[in-house]
Structures are given as structure tokens and as C-alpha cells.
Ligand binder design. Structure first.
Ligand SMILES: CC1=N[C@H](C(=O)O)[C@@H](O)CN1
Length: 301
């Protein structure tokens, strides 16, 4: 199995530190993945969708993030993106989905080095990422929120608060939230980068960080495990000085336009029939988080 090439573009907002850690983690996971049976990517030649149909399986890059994509208590793959993948790929003639877990910061390098076929992690579409992958249209829209200690002793509600109150800021490897903090004036090298939301919760509980930033849904879910921490009210980060609503979507290698377009056709049908919301609702999504945003507009035109 091909390791990351090392020449993947550095995503602004993805620290070199976190990218390297992510690639190392991916290498370890990839080694385990090499024992798997032949998949679409290991079967030579042809179009990826045809190869996945022949192999009967699509490999999903996931980041162990509840509720976006994770392995549950019974060892089963689930979450917003995997359940949506099951529905869409079945309609495309690919019956099985296979998880490839990695850190969030390794999803794009892993996709582009053939470790999996698509990113199924609810990844936000933004211009930096659109230079490295192609996205389906978003299947949901989302605001951010913070994990803080109970009672929010430092009064942190926005990225501007974090900067003004000189709070210790943490977020996940490769997260879009890195850039939101930097845009608000937080020094990138001062950010505590952790592997995921559980490590973020631990850092806040232990006082290594005052705040961990993530999606409003992620933070709300993970604090359920905590007596010491809470999630703040969801808010829109500022992008170019204006409140910004994010949209999360599946990502594909830049060459896979046929697969992405076929995926979009089925996604649109699920949106229209209301089936998309039925799939996402059990994971805590609200009707207000359904969206008409397009990848094109979030990529910047
Ligand atoms: C689902 C998700 N979205 C954000 C991102 O895309 O960077 C991060 O918060 C990590 N998790």
C-alpha cells in the first residue's frame, strides 16, 4: 500500500506539526490496512466507480468523530457520513462500505495517497481544501462551539473572546477551527493541537487548555461524557470579517469527477425526498442544519 508521498500541499490552518503527526498515525493504520483483501484501489486499471462496483466495496476514510463517522460500542461503523455513504453507494451499485480510521489531519493526505476511496468524515468544504480534493455538495451545514470548563469561568463564546482573554486554545489536528482562531489573531504556534475531540475534552478538564473548538455537534456530544466540562452555545466563526456557516461534505481525489458527479446526483435525490434528513436525524442533526449550500460556493466560486 502506497504511503503518503510527503509532497501533499500544506493546508493553511493545518500546522506542519499536526500534519506530520497525522501522517505518522496514518502510516501505522495503513500498515494494518495492507492485510485487507483486494479492493477497488488495489485492482488495476479502469474507472474508480467501475472498480468499486466490481470489488463490491468502497473504503471510507473516517476520523473517529462522534457523530460524523466512528466505530460504535459493538465495533460497527456508523455516523452521519458512513450511513449516508451506505445509502448512496448502494444506489450506485456498491453494496459494502469498509472503514479506514485515521486522524482528521490525515484524511486528505490519506485520500490522495490511495489509502481509501473517499473521505466520509463530515469534512467542511473550504478554499484551501478545494485545492487538494474535490467535494460533493454539502450534506449538512454547521456552526462551531467550544468545550470549556463548567460555568465557562473565562467567559469564552467566540474566537475573539479567546484572543482578548488570552485563553489557552486547543483544537484538533487539521481542523478548520485552527484557521478561525488564527484569523481572530491567535498565534498559530501557541495552539495546542490534539488528536481528536476526546483528547480536547481531556485537555480542558485537566486545565491544559481553557477551550477546545470543534463543530457544535461534536462538542455537544463529547461533553455528555464529562462532569467537569460543557459546550458553549453554537456560533458562526468570522471569515473575512463576516459570520460564516460551514457545510460538510464527502471528498474525492481530484481525478474522480465522474464518481463525485454520480454521488451528487444521488445526494440531490435524497435531499429532495427528505431521506437525507431521516438518515442524519438520529445523529443529532436538526432540520435547520439541512442545506442548499454548494461545494462551488464554499470553494470560492
Ligand atoms: C466534522 C468536522 N469538521 C471540521 C473540519 O472540517 O475541519 C472539524 O471540526 C473536524 N470535524
Amino acid at each position: 500500500m502506497a504511503p503518503p508521498t510527503g509532497n501533499e500541499k500544506h493546508t493553511p490552518g493545518t500546522t506542519r506539526r499536526s500534519l506530520l503527526a497525522g501522517v505518522a498515525a496514518l502510516g501505522a493504520l495503513g500498515a494494518a490496512g495492507c492485510t485487507r483483501v483486494a479492493t477497488a484501489s488495489t485492482t488495476a486499471g479502469g474507472d474508480l466507480l467501475d472498480r468499486m462496483r466490481a470489488a463490491g466495496v468502497v473504503r471510507l476514510g473516517i476520523a473517529g468523530e462522534i457523530p460524523f463517522g466512528y466505530i460504535d460500542k459493538n465495533g460497527e461503523l456508523t455516523g452521519e457520513a458512513p450511513e449516508l455513504a451506505k445509502a448512496i453507494f448502494k444506489r450506485l451499485g456498491v453494496d459494502r462500505v469498509q472503514p479506514v480510521p485515521t486522524e482528521f489531519g490525515s484524511l486528505i493526505p490519506g485520500l490522495n495517497s490511495q489509502q481509501f476511496d473517499v473521505v466520509a468524515a463530515g469534512m467542511y468544504v473550504n478554499p484551501e481544501r478545494c485545492e487538494q480534493v474535490i467535494f460533493a455538495d454539502p450534506d449538512y451545514q454547521m456552526l462551531d462551539s467550544f468545550i470549556v470548563r463548567k460555568g465557562n469561568p473565562k467567559g469564552l463564546h467566540t474566537y475573539q473572546d479567546v484572543v482578548e482573554k488570552k485563553a489557552k486554545f486547543a483544537t484538533g489536528t487539521g481542523y478548520a477551527e485552527i484557521q478561525y482562531a488564527v484569523d481572530a489573531g491567535y498565534k498559530e504556534s501557541d495552539i495546542l493541537i490534539v488528536p481528536d475531540q476526546v483528547a480536547g475534552l481531556n485537555a480542558v478538564e485537566a486545565g491544559r487548555a481553557d477551550v477546545f473548538a470543534g463543530t457544535a455537534l461534536t462538542t455537544r456530544e463529547v461533553v455528555k461524557k464529562s462532569a467537569k466540562a460543557e459546550a458553549t452555545k453554537a456560533f458562526a466563526p468570522l471569515v473575512d470579517g463576516k459570520p460564516h456557516v460551514d457545510g460538510g461534505a464527502f471528498a474525492f481525489r481530484p481525478t474522480e469527477t465522474r464518481l463525485r458527479d454520480a454521488f451528487n446526483v444521488e445526494l440531490r435525490k435524497l435531499k429532495k425526498s427528505g431521506e437525507l434528513f431521516r438518515i442524519l436525524k438520529p445523529f443529532g442533526f436538526t432540520e435547520a442544519e439541512m442545506t442548499d449550500l454548494t461545494a462551488k460556493e464554499l470553494c470560492g466560486g
